[in-house]
Design a binder for this molecule. Structure first.
Ligand code: NDP
Length: 326
């Protein structure tokens, strides 16, 4: 029986409906969450990503700003820009679109973002919180993958989960989230021995590799849940023909557009898996939805913090309304 296909678009819409309500409530309290995106240079793919993120802000009624410094910017200049955004009260979320030009120290820039505004969840403080199970702002793609699993009622507790890929932005946080959901997690990478054998043990497979159609149907245990994080653009006719031999609609798409998208999972896996996410339309839409969700969460948490009694007050040194910052 073919796999049940989990639509990321339907889940994104559910999340947007919930966020719309939350944003209206915040608006009633005079708060409009806002996201500032720093897009350095003219990278075409980055421009498309940032455009869709800003469009999502506009759709939901969030504030948004796009800052577009030139590709020649120095680390110090970018740090100054981040510091400015850290200090602005109307900015709740800061996103630095990657990759940055070679002359910029990416790590220093990401670590300069105020952890309270780190809506990409890349700051070491937020990663540390995730490790210790007190997750604050979590990286959007793994957080979105978890939303798909949860909202599709896929059981996680006690299951064998295999994450293929160990990047800081997808594989590692994904593995931690699954572990906190009480799955038994194995992380695989390019040095893993017998990758097919390890994947075959999994009740839940997460593919975050960056290699087109790599997870083959005979690697997957019948009935398993497969979350395909990969997005690969195939422009080679021979490769498209090989991957999509039994998928005439995809081949027709290739002929028409000159390219076709495929995940890290072979489309034939749908004949073996119990449940699977499609590409496109699976994890992709959730990544932006979680960015929106993190921006709203950052706004809520920052205001709550601003309204909380100061530590002096908590220590009993100050009392009364004067101790409450507004
Ligand atoms: P990275 O290149 O940072 O990491 C890839 C990981 O895959 C590495 O850990 C690498 O292992 C592992 N890997 C590479 N080749 C093999 C192999 N032959 N066998 C086993 N493991 C291998 O990629 P990202 O994590 O950033 O992204 C992964 C995928 O997810 C990409 O397709 C990307 O386009 C997609 N993506 C999708 C998003 C979305 O919104 N849907 C957002 C972000 C990413 P090693 O560490 O040993 O090198």
């Amino acid at each position: 029986m073919p796999a049940r296909i989990l639509s990321g678009i339907a889940i994104r819409d559910q999340i947007y409906a919930e966020l719309t309500q939350e944003i209206a409530d915040l608006s009633g309290a005079g708060i409009r969450p806002g996201l500032a995106a720093i897009l350095v240079g003219e990278n075409a793919a980055s421009q498309i990503y940032v455009r869709s993120k800003i469009a999502a802000c506009e759709q939901l009624g969030l504030g948004s700003w796009q800052l577009t410094p030139p590709a020649t910017i120095t680390t110090e200049e970018l740090l100054a820009l981040v510091a400015e955004l850290n200090a602005r009260d109307d900015v709740d979320g800061i996103l630095v679109q990657l990759p940055l030009p070679a002359q910029v120290d990416t790590k220093r820039v990401l670590e300069a973002v105020d952890p309270a505004k780190d809506v990409d969840g890349f700051h070491p403080v937020n990663l540390g919180r995730l490790v210790s199970g007190r997750a604050g702002l979590v990286a959007c793609t793994p957080a979105g993958s978890m939303e798909i699993l949860r909202r599709s009622s896929i059981p996680m507790e006690g299951t064998e989960a295999v994450v293929v890929g160990r990047s800081d932005i997808v594989g590692k946080p994904m593995a931690l989230l699954l572990m906190h959901a009480n799955a038994t997690v194995t992380i695989c990478h390019s040095k893993t021995r017998d990758l097919p054998g390890v994947v075959r043990r999994a009740d839940i497979v997460i593919a975050a590799i960056g290699r087109a159609a790599m997870i083959e149907p005979d690697w997957v245990r019948p009935g398993a849940t497969v979350i395909d994080v990969g997005i690969n653009r195939i422009t080679d006719a021979e490769e498209a023909g090989r991957i999509f031999t039994n998928f005439p609609a995809k081949l027709a798409q290739f002929k028409e557009k000159g390219f076709v998208l495929v995940g890290d999972v072979h489309p034939g896996v749908a004949e073996v898996a119990g449940t699977m996410t499609p590409v496109p339309g699976g994890v992709g839409p959730l990544t932006i939805a979680m960015l929106m969700s993190n921006t709203v969460k950052a706004a809520r948490q920052r205001r709550a913090q601003e309204q909380a009694p100061s530590s002096a007050h908590r220590n009993g040194k100050t009392t009364g309304a004067a101790a409450v910052k507004r």
